[in-house]
Design a protein around this ligand. Sequence first.
Ligand SMILES: NC(=O)c1ccc[n+]([C@@H]2O[C@H](COP(=O)([O-])OP(=O)(O)OC[C@H]3O[C@@H](n4cnc5c(N)ncnc54)[C@H](O)[C@@H]3O)[C@@H](O)[C@H]2O)c1
Length: 252
Amino acid sequence: MGMLDGKAALVTAAGGGIAGAIARKFAAEGAAVCCVDVNEETVARTVADIEEAGGKAIARICNVADEAAVKTTVDQTAEEFGKLEVVVNAAAASEPLHTVANMPLETWQEVMDVNLTGMFLVSKHAIPHMQAAGGGQFINISSTFGHIAWPQRPAYMATKGAVRQLTRSIALDFAPDNIRANSILPGAIETNRLLARTPTIEQVRAKMVPLHPIGRLGQPEDIANAAAFLASDQSSFMTGSDVFVDGGFTAV
Ligand SMILES: NC(=O)c1ccc[n+]([C@@H]2O[C@H](COP(=O)([O-])OP(=O)(O)OC[C@H]3O[C@@H](n4cnc5c(N)ncnc54)[C@H](O)[C@@H]3O)[C@@H](O)[C@H]2O)c1
């Protein structure tokens, strides 16, 4: 018996490293999973992995910052699965390095639109389905950079801090509906995102492993395990929490 048997879930950014692992873990634990991404090829690969392993998944191409597309995707998922109870909000833009003084407004806006407004929109349209299902769980992917500062990432850090407060706001307003909302703050996790600014994973490890007391970088499965726990009834007394999965990065 899986931790998520019979649950219906929607995971944004499921073509990516972390959310792809979350989608695979949820399916392995018995959930039906709608895998959402703007990247048709990578999200199809996640769904194929799930189906090969005997799980249930569908792919939907959707920009989380586009309200009409989000509403259609969320409503169709609930229709296809008969309900929607679990949502993982993981989509994030990968912006170039800037300080506030030299960041173009368009860059700032794109990061806000995807990382924060996208989370708002998916949550807004998922809540009525969770209410109809008698409850639900949001797992919102923040970052340790929503807690501590890092050079030249002002928009990313502002959104990741805001994610924690948006999550608490949902937790408070919808606790009476049996809807829980928690944030996960990952440390450095080995996905393609880490290669956006550093050419090889060896270079990333050389720089980042010494900052993680546990002596390694995280794997997407480390986040997937925490997400499955938060989506399951085993975390039924947790809402509005920040869950650090960071190898001790912020403990120093
Ligand atoms: N990798 C890390 O070290 C790390 C650390 C802390 C937090 N995070 C967070 O984890 C989440 C996943 O990151 P990842 O490392 O797996 O990144 P990734 O680059 O592997 O995946 C990101 C995915 O998001 C999708 N995406 C981008 N814009 C989108 C949009 N508008 N609508 C729908 N999908 C969109 C991309 O196509 C991609 O598949 C992000 O929120 C990121 O900020 C990552």
